[in-house]
Design a protein around this ligand. Structure first.
Ligand code: IDP
Ligand code: MG
Length: 149
């Protein structure tokens, strides 16, 4: 099944939105496969956001993502990457519809509460950056037949 990396960024942890964000992904029907609170250091932040290294917002992004702990998670579903991105909303909360996490809780693009991998290839890279294989658990849920055909 497809996996994706989700981060509750430092703003989401500081604002007490970890439970709310997890609840929304659980209610959508995605399955939690990995979860931990962690302090991102500069080396990990640079690897995670390597594609943005030349952007003007990169220094601020590094400062922000390392400023306070994040909650890192692996979520599973068929099409998990796209489903999670839809549930998170647009990168800029100002463009995110109500009903999405960023649209309901965010204002600024640099304080958008969450990260979700942008493709299955990115997801594989990012899951491996944040998790060791033994930290990801595959298991059956008895209700799966009521969520997917
Ligand atoms: P994504 O998180 O929706 O995938 P990306 O374009 O990959 O968006 O950007 C990574 C993160 O960098 C965003 O989530 C946001 O926190 C930050 N970011 C992106 N563009 C800007 C910007 O123009 N100003 C400030 N921060 C930005
Ligand atoms: Mg991205």
């Amino acid at each position: 099944m497809e996996q994706t990396l989700v981060l509750v960024k430092p703003d989401g942890v500081q604002r007490g939105l970890v439970g709310e964000i997890i609840a929304r992904l659980e209610r959508r029907g995605l399955k939690l496969a990995g979860l931990k609170l962690m302090q991102v250091d500069e080396a990990l932040a640079r690897q995670h956001y390597a594609e943005h290294v030349e952007r003007s917002f990169f220094p601020g992004l590094l400062q922000f993502i390392t400023a306070s702990p994040v909650v890192a998670m692996v979520w599973e579903a068929n099409n998990a990457v796209a489903l999670v991105r839809q549930t998170l909303g647009e990168t800029n909360p100002a463009n995110s519809p109500a009903g999405t996490i960023r649209g309901d809780f965010g204002i600024d693009i640099g304080r958008n509460l969450t990260h979700g991998s942008d493709s299955p290839e990115s997801a594989e890279r990012e899951v491996n950056l944040f998790f060791r294989p033994e930290e990801i658990i595959s298991y059956d849920r008895s209700l799966d037949a009521w969520i997917t055909e």
